[in-house]
Design a protein. Structure first.
Length: 637
């Protein structure tokens, strides 16, 4: 999606014209493959780094475009959200000092980015999902104002025909709806590329599929979203659901998500994947490119196949096939989209080294890995790795079962080292990076585990917002050092002291674990709930979770004083006593606004409503701990 020349008109004629260009590109690729024009024997690696930007409050900073203007380097580019950026690293020949050179370039680019960010009062964070992100950060006003992003959002929303639904269950449970594709902006990855020849593509792609599970288990770094602890690599579930164009209709019909592990092994050629994706997925955007690929081939030149590449960019395989042209020669790559950003540069390069080593080691050992493992097992292994990380167990080659830790430490790390050695990678580099994986896996200290340990250590200290800010602050500080995550000390609450507005918004302090009733419920139930849960206000909602009223302990006392409660002859309904027009507040309102509303209307609680739906409640008790100095600061701003 890097090309800005996208069209938002997806009606009949433009769509048909674009698909014709895609098919022409596919025919041209078939001729390129048949003619043996794909670059052979040369093996290159590459990487793309996605990052988050945060302000002095450790909150998402919407400054990506301003930052790009300061950097003035085409290697840096936009992402979906204004709080994301992407860095494209130079391709390197696989061998020699390629891994240490990759680390050096990544550190240099991050250094340049941090220097430019400092001028804007912004920090850079390497993490799969930013802990301090909130749903309110994901409005369309925070989408990067580029035509391709708005075209993509409109196309996906039209295909869905309704809101984006997110449901992830882990240690906690997250269930929400959103009105745009901006949920995808919660993800940041470290994507690595592996150039392959046409004749070896099928086996190497299948090996990438098999290797995805253990590589992911060793690399997990996204254990939470919106303050909920979910999967070890929540990014996998989030990305799949955030750009899923399927609706809930026809639920018995088998349909593929646009983010996919795939449906089967590749048997012969990369063409199988492109044909599958063109067959299953409608074009999300169109582009009017002048190139006639078949005519270009007749002239003895190499076409760019831009229409095919554009379609391919809107199908998000975890291992994605890529076509490109470099120095006049066409080539194929496998893009690994599995790895999360972070926790440190050293950890990222170690993850890449592990994957590159397995690609080389497994391909040297197995001519056809599909004879040794069922595709369904490889896919199940991948899902288990995302959910449980190093706690997963795998159905591995020849029907053997291994724990993730045993498989990685005892079998795959030695094989990865052999693969790197076979490709002539410096032994010192191979030892350095793979030892990072060995220590991380054997100790269990992945990035996800570090976050979990840090939050556990801060349990009972401050509020959740403070803890998430401390977690983010600690990430930023430790990422500036040279230690891998297995050696990081846990985050401490005091590390969030640099931010000033910890209590700025209602959503940071509201209660979301709610006890509610409907209009026709018995007041006896209301009284019991208040007694059992020691609460003084209960929201009243309808079947669609829309707020329709509020019932208070004070109103209940009046009824009790008249002897009308607990009277078997009088069964009163909630509708008789509830306040039908309660004063409400939105999640993104300031705490100062909430306090002023309570004083103005002489109420001690405010239901929190977003899009007419009840999402929380905030009371005087919640606001008692807001420091006066912070409220004074809000008054000044």
């Amino acid at each position: 999606m890097g090309d800005q020349r996208v069209e938002m008109d997806l009606s009949g004629a433009p769509r048909r014209a674009f698909i014709r260009r895609v098919l022409n590109d596919l025919h041209a690729l078939e001729q390129i493959l048949d003619s043996g024009l794909i670059e052979r024997k040369t093996r290159r690696i590459g990487a793309e780094q996605e990052v988050f930007l945060v302000d002095s409050d450790w909150r998402p900073a919407m400054v990506a475009l301003e930052l790009l203007e300061k950097i003035e380097d085409p290697s840096f580019t936009t992402e979906l959200g204004k709080f994301n950026l992407e860095m494209n690293l130079d391709p390197l020949t696989f061998g020699g000092s390629c891994l240490s050179r990759l680390e050096t370039q990544l550190n240099q680019m991050l250094g340049s980015l941090r220097e430019a960010a400092k001028e804007l009062g912004v920090e850079v964070v390497l993490t799969g999902i930013l802990p301090t992100l909130r749903k309110s950060d994901l409005g369309l006003e925070n989408m990067t104002p580029k035509p391709r992003y708005f075209a993509l959002n409109r196309a996906m929303s039209n295909l869905r025909g309704g809101a984006y639904e997110l449901y992830i269950k882990g240690l906690d449970e997250l269930l929400l709806k959103h009105d745009s594709v901006m949920l995808e902006a919660c993800n940041a990855s470290f994507q690595v590329h592996f150039q392959v020849g046409a004749e070896e593509f099928a086996n190497l792609y299948n090996i990438a599929q098999v290797a995805a599970a253990p590589v992911l288990a060793a690399a997990v770094n996204s254990p939470m979203l919106f303050g909920r602890e979910l999967w070890r690599e929540t990014r996998i579930a989030l990305f799949q659901q955030s750009v899923d164009t399927r609706s809930s209709m026809n639920f018995l019909r088998e349909r593929s998500p646009r983010v996919t592990f795939g449906r089967n092994w590749v048997r012969n050629s990369v063409l199988e994947l492109f044909q599958e994706d063109i067959s299953r997925f409608k074009s999300l955007v169109t582009g009017d490119f002048d190139e006639d690929p078949l005519a270009v081939l007749k002239e003895g030149k190499i076409p760019q196949l831009k229409s095919l590449c554009m379609h391919n960019s809107t199908v998000y395989r975890w291992n994605r096939p890529c076509y490109g042209v470099r120095n006049g020669k066409p080539h194929l790559r496998i893009e690994n989209r599995v790895l999360p950003a972070g926790p440190s540069v050293l950890d990222e390069v170690a993850n890449a080294a592990f994957w590159f080593g397995l690609m080389a080691g497994l391909s040297a050992k197995y001519e056809d890995i599909t004879q040794l493992i069922h595709f369904e097992d490889a896919r199940m292994n991948f899902g288990s790795a995302a959910r449980m990380g190093l706690g997963a167990h795998y159905s591995w080659l020849n029907g053997r079962t291994h724990s993730a830790v045993n498989l990685i430490c005892d079998h795959l790390l030695p094989l990865a080292y052999e693969g790197l050695e076979r490709r002539g990678v410096d032994s010192s580099d191979a030892e350095r990076y793979l030892s990072v994986i060995d220590k991380r896996v054997s100790s269990g200290r992945t990035g996800a585990q570090w976050q979990a340990i840090s939050l556990g250590g801060m349990r009972g200290q401050g509020n959740l917002s403070e803890r998430l800010n401390a977690l983010t602050a600690a990430m930023v500080e430790r990422q500036k050092g040279e230690d891998p995550v297995a050696e990081w000390p846990p985050a401490r609450l005091t590390e969030s002291s640099g931010w000033k507005r910890n209590f700025m918004r209602v959503e940071q302090y509201m209660t979301t674990d709610l006890f509610t009733v409907t209009e026709d419920e018995s007041l006896d139930l209301v009284a019991s709930l208040m007694e059992w849960k020691r609460i003084r206000h209960i929201p009243v909602e309808d079947a669609e979770h829309r707020l329709v009223g509020l019932i208070s302990y004070r109103a209940l006392l009046k009824l009790m004083s008249r002897g009308l409660l607990n009277n078997p002859e009088s069964q009163h309904a909630v509708s008789e006593l509830m306040n039908r027009t309660p004063v409400t507040v939105s999640p993104d309102s300031s705490t100062l606004e909430a306090i002023e509303l309570m004083r103005q209307h002489e109420v001690s609680c405010l239901p929190v409503v977003a899009d007419e739906h009840l999402v929380g409640i905030i009371t005087e008790r919640d606001l008692m701990n807001v420091p006066a100095t912070l409220l004074e600061q809000q008054l000044k701003t």
